[in-house]
Design a protein. Structure first.
Length: 101
């Protein structure tokens, strides 16, 4: 069980890093505190991985973040991730259409 929790925490951390990086590239987050972005990234990662061991409210309480602001950021990062993956998939399809030598 301890090894499984360690693996889960690494996966959550990796997903949270991706979400945080996506969030900081968007101009609408420029005035947001880094702690809000980090909180939203952790919550988004937990949701995306279907890990519900800790509630969003508990994480917001720990960080002192306003739940409504965090929820907005979670939705924003999910949308950014969706747009990013759509663009990557489109680029890969275009690349696949090139003839091979």
């Amino acid at each position: 069980p301890a090894i499984q929790k360690l693996q889960q925490s690494r996966i959550v951390r990796c997903h949270a890093h991706v979400l945080a990086h996506l969030a900081i590239t968007d101009s609408s987050t420029i005035t947001m505190k880094p702690s809000l972005i980090a909180t939203a990234a952790i919550i988004g990662a937990l949701r995306g991985l279907n890990l519900h061991s800790v509630s969003s409210e508990q994480i917001c309480d720990l960080t002192g973040a306003a739940p409504s602001t965090v929820e907005y950021l979670v939705m924003l990062t999910e949308k950014l991730l969706e747009n990013y993956t759509t663009n990557v998939n489109h680029s890969l399809q275009c690349f696949d259409s090139y003839p091979t030598p």
